[in-house]
Each structure stands twice: as structure tokens, then as C-alpha cells.
Design a protein around this ligand. Structure first.
Ligand code: BES
Ligand code: ZN
Length: 576
């Protein structure tokens, strides 16, 4: 009787155990071929570098939403969709109400977009006044050249030639230098003579005066009452003849600005938990899908940054969906606008689809496509209890060497979650010379390595989804790693995104505790000159910084809210 009971009990236990084991098929992590296919799909020409706020970025979001739907995940975005939209940038551009008229001696209404165009960064408003020809509109003190000597432009409309005189061509004086000079001399407006009228997006940096570009034909019409032409006036400037002069021409400029909201989106899919006691809690599995887009004709494909992490997260979403889910609810999130300053993940933590208080952990994959036999790096190990053990067990089970780092801070989306009180893990395979360059292409991806990273990720997610909740832990902020703008050991400490057009460098963030922060630079400032040299592109700023040494002090000319400022920065040493 006793024996029979024991046998019966054992049978019951076996049946219960079997039901537990067979209730859900095992999670089969994504294979290399499918991961490579996703990276390829994210780096096609239509993706155009996936910059948030561009058609390429929207296209990537659309594809991800379709893939999540096809895998059977539930929509976690706005109004029953997979997209969680947010405002990226509110900009104002010159609108159709902008006008330029010659008031006298002859009268003429010029056509916007054909005869002239307002700069994207022009002030809004109206001025009418005399036109003063200011040569190239530049001052080069070291060369004893000043286009503003002996002329008064206060309250007037200055007209300047594009570029610089041939003997100063190496000085590279740009649009912003001319605007800053005109404003400093009190001009109400500056018009720059241009062969091709520049698109407002390429002239969006604000300098506090009205400004725009006019065709050579219009400039000649303005000079005609003085009996001069732009070509002849340019020659006179070199010959030392009077090259700047007031004209009898009067004009009226009106610039109307229309505000324009650029939006981007996170793409979110939800896989409800299968354990009734745990399903109300969440593990977020995320990666940013955006990259840098295109600048000056070059596409930045971002295969590793972060086609790789996006592919791994999509692969995990499919794998867990095929297995019927995990004990806790899994939220798969593809973040937009990471490259523009972690904007998508910051939006997510402010408006999570499921309250953050119920989020037990966040796992971020950013740049996991270059394992190439090296150990896998995982950050955030000290951000919650037991996390180090969870990741080292997973890596060991997959036979992968691990480089665990406790810090939950870092240049990617997990830091938004850690800042909101969530334990985080940050999977990455390391930086390289293609980082943030057009050469970060799909052919350089180690897809087999990605599959191994995904397998470790699957084990980690499964444990976070089923075991007791990690307790959030406070970690001290470490010295910062280097970011964009720093190279070869010398650190300024600014983050910026490549853009088209020679128009300064707008900072998307300033790293705490760096030279840039001590110099008083803020997010949104535009660097125009570094150590007196014009900086028109990010690559150029990188080079200029690389050519200096830690401890060097350099002057920086920057614009903030349309006003020029000068500061000096004592460059630091990059911890890397
Ligand atoms: N994927 C990078 C971060 C990264 C770099 C991960 C190296 C792993 C190794 C991310 O997209 C990035 O570029 N971050 C910026 C900062 C961000 C706040 C704009 C960076 O590192 O400068
Ligand atoms: Zn990046």
C-alpha cells in the first residue's frame, strides 16, 4: 500500500514535470544566416543610413514593424501600432511668405527659390534699408585684411561675395564667419552672392540677423546703380582699389518662418508572459536601429552600429515568439535616434508601454557584429544583484570568453534605463576603425559571432524572465570613455553627428567631466572655429583634436542661440 502510493506519487510528479517541460518548446536562438540577412536588409540603399527623421529611418522602422507582426508579437506602440512616435526636433524654416524686393532706384520683386533664398538659420522679421557692398565680408587680422574698414553697415543690408579673395583662399572663411562678422558690425541683414542657392537644411545654424543668398544676377542688379558689377568689384578688392562701397540701392527683406516638427519612432513588440504569477513583470530586450544617414554624398550604412544589435534583437523576438514566450512578459524595443543623443530610449523610459516599476531588467545590444574570436563584452554587471553570475553562466554554456564590466553607464540606450532605476546589461563586441564611418559595411560582419552572442543573450533573457527579480544597485560613475570628437588619446568631450554642408558642428551632447564641459559648452552649441581654424565637418574636428596633446589649451568660437561666443578649452586625456 505504501509502496503503491509512492509509485503513484512519483508518477504524478513525473507527469507534472513533463507538463512543465513540454508546455513550451525550447528557445532556438537565431542562426548566422538569418542574422546576416537582417543586417543586409538594414543596409540596403533604401535604408540610406537609417538616420532618424529621414525617409531611410522611417523605412527601417516600417520594416521592423512588419517583421515583428509576421513573428506574431503584439504591438507595443501608439494606438495599437508597433510604432511609438516622438518629436526629434522642432525647427523653423523660411516659409513662402518670405520676400526680397528692390525698392529703388529701380523696383523689382524677386522670386524666392530662383533669385534668392533665405538661410534656414535666418532671423524672422523684416528690414528695409540701403544695400552696402562689403566685398567678401571677412576680417583676417593676421593678413591685415578687413572688408569692414571705412564702411558703415549699421542697420543696413550688407551684400557679400561668396568665398574669400584668391590670396586668402587657404583661410577657408565660411558662411558662418561672414554672418558673425556682419552681425558684429551691426548689419541688419547679410545677403551672400551664390552660384547655387543653398537648401535651407544646409544653412540651418542660427546667427542673429536676417540672412540669405542671392544669385550673381541679382547682386549685379543691386550694384548696377553704382555702375559696378560683382566681377569687377572682386578684381578691385585684389588690386587694392576701393572694393567696398555704399550703393544707392534700397531693398526690403522679409523672412517668415514656419515651424516644422521632425518625428522619429521606436518600434515595439510585446510577447505576453506565460506564467500567471510573473506575466505582469517585464524584461526589455532592445537595440537602436538608427544610424547616421548620409553626409556629403557618403552613406553611413551602420552594419555593426547597429544593424548587428537590431538583427540579434529581432532574432531573439522571433525565437521567443516561436517558443510561445517566456515566464515574464518580454518587450522587444528597437530605439530610434540613439545616435542623436539617446532620444528614443529617453522617450521610452518616460512613456513605457508597461510601467517601468514592473521592469525587472533591460538587455541592450549595440555593436555585436565584430566578435571575430575575441571575448564578448558585457557591461552593467553591477547594476543588479546576480547579474554577473547570470551572464557568466550563459557565456560558459555557449563556450564563449567573457569580458564583464560592472558599469551600467555608457554611450548607448541602456544608460537611459539605468538612469530610470532599471538593472541593465549591455552586450557589445567592441569599437573599431570603421566606427561611425562610411566603411561600417555588412561584408565586415561576423555573422557566426553574432549567432554566438544571440545564444548567450537568449540564455540571459530566459533567466531574467523566470528567476527572482534582480535588485537594482547603485554604481559609481566612472571616468568617461572617449566619444566622437576624441581620438588618439586627446579628449575634448563633445558628441556630434555628421551633417551635410559646411556649416559648423552642432553638438548633440557634451560629456560630463570633460574639457568641453569645463569650457562651458552645451548641447546645441555650434562650433565654428577650433584653435582659430574653421571646422566644417566632424572628421575635420577629429583630426584637429588628434593633432593636439592632452593639456593643450585651444580657443573655440561657437554659436549659441544666434550669438557668437569664444571660450578656451584645456584638452583632456581619453581614458581609452
Ligand atoms: N554604438 C555606439 C556606442 C558604442 C561604441 C558601443 C563603441 C560599443 C562600442 C553608439 O551608437 C554611439 O555612437 N554612441 C555615441 C554617444 C551617443 C550618446 C550619441 C558615442 O559613443 O559617441
Ligand atoms: Zn553610433
Amino acid at each position: 500500500m505504501t509502496r503503491r502510493f509512492v509509485t503513484f506519487s512519483l508518477a504524478v510528479i513525473l507527469i507534472v514535470a513533463a507538463a512543465g517541460a513540454f508546455a513550451r518548446p525550447a528557445v532556438v536562438p537565431p542562426q548566422a544566416a538569418s542574422l546576416a540577412e537582417t543586417v543586409d536588409a538594414l543596409t540596403t540603399p533604401e535604408m540610406d543610413g537609417r538616420r532618424s527623421g529621414t525617409p531611410g529611418g522611417d523605412h527601417a522602422a516600417g520594416r521592423l514593424a512588419d517583421w515583428l507582426a509576421a513573428a506574431g508579437l503584439r504591438p507595443g506602440g501608439d494606438a495599437g501600432s508597433y510604432l511609438q512616435s516622438f518629436v526629434l526636433e522642432t525647427t523653423s524654416r523660411p516659409g513662402p511668405g518670405s520676400s526680397l524686393e528692390l525698392l529703388g532706384p529701380s523696383q523689382r520683386r524677386l522670386e524666392f527659390g530662383r533669385d534668392w533664398i533665405a538661410h534656414g538659420g535666418s532671423l524672422a522679421g523684416e528690414v528695409s534699408g540701403e544695400v552696402v557692398f562689403v566685398g567678401y565680408g571677412i576680417t583676417v587680422a593676421e593678413a591685415g585684411y578687413d572688408d569692414y574698414t571705412g564702411i558703415d553697415v549699421r542697420g543696413k543690408i550688407a551684400l557679400a561675395l561668396d568665398g574669400s579673395p584668391p590670396h586668402l583662399a587657404s583661410r577657408r572663411v565660411g558662411r558662418l564667419d561672414k554672418l558673425i562678422a556682419a552681425k558684429a558690425r551691426g548689419a541688419a541683414a547679410l545677403l551672400i552672392v551664390s552660384g547655387d542657392l543653398p537648401a535651407p537644411e544646409t544653412t540651418s545654424v542660427e546667427v542673429g540677423l536676417l540672412s540669405g543668398a542671392v544669385t550673381r544676377e541679382v547682386a549685379d542688379a543691386m550694384l548696377a546703380p553704382s555702375g559696378r558689377t560683382t566681377v569687377e568689384a572682386a578684381r578691385a578688392l585684389v588690386a587694392g582699389a576701393p572694393g567696398r562701397f555704399a550703393t544707392p540701392t534700397r531693398a526690403r527683406i522679409r523672412v517668415e518662418k514656419v515651424t516644422h516638427e521632425t518625428r522619429a519612432a521606436n518600434v515595439i513588440g510585446i510577447l505576453p508572459g506565460t506564467d500567471p504569477t510573473l506575466a505582469s513583470e517585464v524584461v526589455v530586450v532592445g537595440a537602436h536601429y538608427d544610424h547616421l544617414g548620409r553626409a556629403d554624398g557618403a552613406v553611413y550604412p551602420g552594419a555593426d552600429d547597429n544593424g548587428s544589435g537590431t538583427a540579434v534583437v529581432l532574432g531573439l523576438a522571433r525565437a521567443f515568439a516561436a517558443a510561445g514566450g517566456a515566464d515574464r512578459t518580454l518587450v522587444f524595443a528597437f530605439f530610434g535616434a540613439e545616435e542623436l543623443g539617446l532620444i528614443g530610449s529617453r522617450h521610452f523610459v518616460r512613456q513605457p508601454p508597461i510601467p517601468l516599476a514592473r521592469t525587472v531588467g533591460m538587455v541592450n545590444f549595440d555593436m555585436v557584429g565584430r566578435l571575430q574570436g575575441r571575448p564578448l563584452s558585457i557591461g552593467g554587471g553591477d547594476s543588479g544583484s546576480r547579474l554577473r553570475a547570470v551572464v557568466s553562466d550563459a557565456a560558459q554554456a555557449e563556450g564563449l570568453a567573457l569580458d564583464i564590466n560592472g558599469s551600467p553607464y555608457g554611450p548607448s540606450d541602456h544608460s537611459s534605463f539605468y538612469g530610470a532605476g532599471v538593472p541593465v546589461l549591455f552586450f557589445y563586441t567592441g569599437s573599431h576603425s570603421d566606427y561611425h564611418r562610411p566603411t561600417d559595411t555588412a561584408d565586415k560582419i561576423d555573422a557566426t559571432g553574432m549567432a554566438r552572442v544571440a545564444a548567450v543573450g537568449a540564455r540571459v533573457v530566459e533567466r531574467l524572465a523566470s528567476e527572482s527579480r534582480p535588485v537594482f544597485a547603485q554604481v559609481a560613475r566612472p571616468a568617461r570613455r572617449h566619444g566622437a570628437g576624441a581620438a588618439g588619446g586627446t579628449l575634448l568631450g563633445v558628441v556630434a553627428v555628421p551633417r551635410s554642408g559646411a556649416d559648423g558642428i552642432r553638438l548633440s551632447s557634451v560629456m560630463p567631466g570633460t574639457a568641453a564641459e569645463r569650457a562651458g559648452l552645451h548641447e546645441g552649441d555650434v562650433i565654428v572655429r577650433f584653435a582659430g581654424l574653421s571646422v566644417d565637418g566632424l572628421e575635420e574636428l577629429r583630426t584637429l583634436i588628434r593633432d593636439r596633446h592632452p593639456g593643450d589649451t585651444v580657443s573655440i568660437l561657437y554659436l549659441r542661440a544666434g550669438e557668437a561666443h569664444t571660450t578656451s578649452a584645456t584638452l583632456g586625456l581619453s581614458p581609452d
